[in-house]
Design a protein around this ligand. Structure first.
Ligand code: F0G
Length: 457
């Protein structure tokens, strides 16, 4: 069967068409940081897949019926039931976005000097561990660093490494294990069910709570049905439910697989933990039946959580990402393998052989993609590097990847075609791409806030 996209546009938004000269001026104004570029100067925006998707006509229809009461609104119960249809946890608490869920839950689980272990903390997840004075330690599967391996579950946590920490001198200080599904910081690679089962057994044995960071739970479930023969005949919803059973607690940004522009939840079994989180949420986010969200959003989410596990939708998402990756490979552009769903990660190292790590190749490629095509993406290297006081690189990142994040239900084949063509052009004359050095280098959340300038190596 040829692939059939399972939806059409119901409302459209024109996109800005800019000139190369305008984009060069905008890059200068933005301090060569894509996060500082104005939206009106971006034609195709692949900066994030978070809160950037299109809602469906059914989501809009439900939102028309939103109940905006302060407490106990109908919209809250519809949202809560949609979450409870997925998670086995008794206590579901709403918050305005994923990082608020992290702040509240970690605030209840961690203290200064304690340790959080993870397959990889997403950048805000790490920030929310570190602001408590705790340590965020990443223990990804070693397979993750083999750029060319097609291993199906490179997002796994390294269970042996976790055991070594728990059984070693730092063991008593470990107060949470966070498994991020899919592993966004690790190239959007999925986590296997077997890995979840193993790490949950280890966590239980050591009495450390296992937290699932389930921002892309539906995409992880889909990739399990596609890559693990044991789950081939399961529906994505069945797989998602099984995965959630392994978490003692869940934090889930719903700006991704909630198919919404905002929202997140915390889910826990432990009533005492729920109580502590609830107090924090009422003080800082909103009452426990809205958590800073409008009834409108709660309705978008209740319906979004139904739509996101539709196998036709998920197959389409896989198809689009694979199409972009295939077009890039045909142009000799290397991407992280195997391709996931929420993004295609371009390996800047082989594409820009004239640049050394100190020239920040993934950042250079990201700026070139914007300059040449008006396509905004983000490099991942800056977040994983360290610098000295003169902004000279001290530790290079494990990989120099540019993330092309794919907003849900927004771009179509022709946009993918365009992105691939722009990158193919860059790949024909890579030596024209200048390197970069940082001119402003904040120590925390650097990639969001830095400024840089091009340099000719
Ligand atoms: N966890 C993961 C795995 C994420 O990818 C994100 C956000 C968060 C937590 C935080 O959620 O944005 O709702 O506060 N990721 C976005 C991205 C920003 O572009 O990857 P949030």
């Amino acid at each position: 069967m040829p692939h059939l996209r399972p939806f059409v546009s119901a409302v459209v938004r024109p996109i800005p068409i800019t000139t190369r000269e305008e984009r060069i001026a905008e890059l200068d104004r933005a301090g060569h940081n894509p996060f500082n570029i104005r939206g009106e100067m971006v034609s195709i925006d692949l900066l994030s897949d978070s809160g950037t998707g299109a809602v469906s006509t059914d989501q809009q229809a439900w939102a028309q019926r939103a109940d905006e009461r302060y407490a106990g609104a109908d919209s809250w119960f519809r949202f809560r039931d949609a979450v409870r249809d997925l998670v086995p946890h008794e206590h579901v608490l709403p918050v305005h976005q994923g990082r608020a869920a992290e702040r509240v839950l970690f605030g209840a689980l961690l203290g200064p000097g304690e340790i959080s272990l993870s397959n990889m903390h997403f950048d805000t997840t790490r920030a929310n561990v570190e602001r408590i004075g705790a340590e965020a330690r990443d223990l990804p599967s070693p397979q993750l660093f083999d750029m060319h391996s097609d291993a199906p579950f490179k997002g796994d946590i390294d269970v042996e490494a976790v055991k070594a920490v728990l059984d070693g001198p730092d063991g008593p200080r470990v107060k949470q294990i966070v498994v991020t599904i899919t592993n966004n910081g690790g190239g959007g690679q999925p986590v296997s069910m077997a890995n979840l089962a193993e790490i949950s057994a280890v966590a239980r044995e050591h009495r450390v709570p296992l937290v699932l960071d389930a921002a892309r739970f539906a995409e992880n479930a889909w990739l399990i049905t596609r890559r693990d023969p044991d789950y081939r005949d399961w529906s994505p919803r069945e797989v998602a439910r099984r995965a959630f059973e392994y978490g003692d607690a869940v934090v889930a940004s719903l700006k991704k697989d909630g198919l919404s522009h905002e929202g997140a939840f915390i889910a826990v079994h432990d009533p005492e933990l729920a109580d502590r989180c609830e107090v924090d949420i009422i003080a800082t986010e909103g009452f426990r039946t809205y958590g800073g969200l409008t009834g409108h959003t709660l309705e978008h989410l209740a319906q979004g959580l139904r739509e996101v596990l539709d196998p036709h939708y998920l197959a389409d998402r896989e198809h689009e990402a694979a199409y972009l990756a295939d077009r890039l490979h045909a142009a000799g552009v290397e991407t992280l393998r195997p391709t996931g769903l929420h993004a295609v990660y371009v390996n800047a190292t082989p594409l820009l052989p004239h640049l050394q790590p100190k020239h920040l190749p993934d950042h250079a490629l990201t700026c070139a993609l914007y300059r040449e095509g008006g396509v905004r993406a983000a490099g991942g290297g800056l977040f994983l590097s360290t610098f000295d006081e003169n902004n000279e690189l001290v530790t290079a990142p494990p990989f120099e990847l540019m993330r092309l994040a794919l907003p849900r239900r927004v771009y179509d084949h022709s946009h993918m075609e365009y992105i691939a063509e722009v990158l193919a052009e860059i790949a024909k004359n890579p030596e024209r791409v200048p390197g970069y050095r940082l001119t402003h280098n904040p120590p925390v959340l650097r990639h969001f806030r830095c400024r840089a300038e091009p340099i000719t190596p």
